[in-house]
Design a protein around this ligand. Structure first.
Ligand code: UDP
Length: 424
């Protein structure tokens, strides 16, 4: 992608600002390091940011660290612990974590002007710095972490030149390093978010046995307990009970052929639920959670548990666009790119009242924040019954994303940060 292609979406001024900042950093070498090229939000972000950083003049590369299952089991438990889970960190876990970071340091070219290390998996690489400025980019809610795991990781994090968190609440008072807040973003021109023809959206819905005429509620997420897929299933079951007595006509725009056709008929609406979730190579829990969800859902033909390949971005885009409501009922969520994606598609999103979701959904304006399953069910019902509210929330949601959560703003913030850290 070229930065100029974003002018019709964000305006010339915003793009010119990014280009000016890029000019100031021209030919500087930058390396991003994370733990997977596919699956999850970090990979999604880097796929868009890395080419754009190159386009504006930086020599930008993206590398991932290699690790075996034992390593990723440990780092997934760190991830859960940073979100507050009660996990005891053993000497064996620490040794394995350091051993894998050491072996990666031997293979990575670490002499660059800037190194951005994403999340805890590669955080210990800082021990092998060979100059340059190092930034730790944290994509997790670290506001109330498990003490043992945080204290272990903080030994490395405190060696970085700067730490970037998603939200003001995630800054750590115990970290004596410059901390800056940069929320994530989505790329409106990526396969995941680009506009699609209605015919393609319908084709994808039918491919997965979804009826485009009936309401569809969708959650797109890795199969992770913190994303609460079983809670979504329960909310759907509750909402379905409320819908059985509801008249289908109020779903339709008045004065349409379909409205006339259904005027005299009493229809039973069948709500459909889609849980779409691929796997990520750095998340070994996915398969187990997928199986649990699948077992619970198998008896309801209106529940579709879809495991799509990691590159199914266009199809996920189509499913989001073809949905009536999007849901992201997370219990903990660093940011929640799926919320941003849904809002960009002009959909109201029902989200768990947690982490970054709270910053994206303006409750009652661009969607709803919920803390309980029953609340999620109520909000589903309300939105199903009120197409006008859905439409007006969707319009506001898209504008909220345009102003705050697009990749051009993210790129601008990174370039500003790099200019600041290079003089320190
Ligand atoms: N995603 C995907 N396929 C899936 C599940 C998720 O492409 O089966 C994408 C999703 O569209 C979003 C990202 O992965 O862009 C997930 O980011 P989010 O911040 O919501 O959650 P994370 O996985 O980083 O916790």
């Amino acid at each position: 992608m070229k930065i100029d292609e974003y002018i019709p979406i964000v305006g010339e001024e915003a793009v010119e600002e990014v280009k000016r900042l890029g000019e100031d950093l021209k030919d500087r070498e930058l390396l991003h390091i994370n733990s997977t090229y596919v699956g999850g939000g970090v990979a999604e972000l880097l796929k868009s940011l890395v080419p754009l950083m190159n386009d504006v003049g930086l020599k930008t590369e993206w590398k991932t660290i290699l690790g075996d299952k034992e390593f990723f089991d440990i780092t997934k438990s760190f991830h859960n612990a940073l979100h507050g889970a009660d996990i005891e960190i053993t000497q064996g876990m620490m040794d394995k974590y350091l051993e894998v970071n050491l072996s990666n340091a031997e293979h990575l070219e670490l002499s660059k002007d800037f190194i951005f290390v994403h999340d805890p998996q590669p955080a210990a690489l800082i021990q092998f710095r060979k100059g340059g400025k190092w930034v730790w980019r944290c994509h997790i809610d670290i506001s109330s972490p498990n003490r043992g795991v945080w204290d272990f990781l903080a030994k490395f994090v405190s060696k970085y030149d700067a730490v970037v968190v998603h939200l003001p609440d995630y800054k750590r008072p115990d970290l004596q390093r410059p901390q800056c807040v940069i929320p994530p973003s989505i790329d409106p021109l990526s396969e995941k978010n680009i506009d699609l023809p209605a015919s393609y959206v319908e084709k994808v819905l039918r491919k997965y046995d979804l009826d485009p005429e009936m309401p569809i509620i969708t959650q797109v997420s890795r199969f992770d307990r913190l994303k609460d897929p079983l809670g979504v299933l329960k909310a759907f079951e509750l909402a379905k009970k409320g819908i059985s007595t509801f008249d289908f006509r109020s779903l339709l725009d008045e004065n349409t052929f379909a409205f006339d056709l259904f005027r005299t008929l009493k229809y039973r609406v069948s709500l459909q639920l889609v849980l779409v979730g691929g796997s990520a190579t750095d998340d070994p829990e996915g398969e187990k959670v997928h199986y649990e969800v699948f077992k619970k859902a198998v008896s309801d033909r209106n529940v579709h548990v879809l495991m799509l390949p990691p590159d199914a971005h266009r199809e996920i885009n189509a499913i989001q666009r073809g949905s009536t409501i999007l849901i992201q009922k997370s219990i903990k969520e660093g940011f929640g790119l799926t919320v941003t994606e849904g809002m960009w598609k002009g959909k109201p999103v029902i989200g768990g009242k947690t982490g970054g979701i709270k910053y994206q959904i303006i409750d009652g304006e661009t969607g709803f924040l919920v803390s309980k399953i029953s609340e999620a069910a109520e909000r589903i019902l309300y939105l199903i019954k009120n197409p006008k509210v859905r439409r007006s929330m969707g319009i506001k949601a898209k504008e909220h994303v345009r102003k705050n959560f697009l990749v051009t703003r993210h790129l601008r913030d990174y370039l500003k940060l790099m200019k600041e850290v290079q003089v320190k």
